[in-house]
Write a protein that binds this ligand. Sequence first.
Ligand SMILES: [Zn+2]
Length: 151
Amino acid sequence: MTSRIRRWVETDTGHRVPNHKSKCRHMHGHRYRWEVELEGEVVTQSGVSEEGMLMDFSDISEILNKYIHDVVDHAFIVYESDEEAVAALSLMGDEHRTLTVPFVPTAENLAKWAFEQVDTHIKTSYGNSLRLRAFHVRETPKSWATWYSES
Ligand SMILES: [Zn+2]
């Protein structure tokens, strides 16, 4: 029997899509929602805190906060080859929260990036099967992208 659970965190984050044919080329931001989807079997050990759970939601939150929220909240995500934006952000000094990435920061690419940030931190101490199934990124209320694990 397989269960799936989801948990999200939100951030206010800037980006731009430098080659976009329309307004996404401008520096702007979104209220992003970063949502993990885990899959596996619930813990069956009697009497432990996680009995009946795939993984404790608060432990998932901790991972999302550390590896996503605290990295990109009130930050600007910039493509390393976006020379104009890289130059503009460098004027802001070292104190400015900038995340430079080797890809155009679209929702699709950010979903893959986020998946890779948290994947190795999804663990169980109880031998139950557990894996990161997917990472969903909401850019706007009407726009989502998902990166799925291989199998
Ligand atoms: Zn955008």
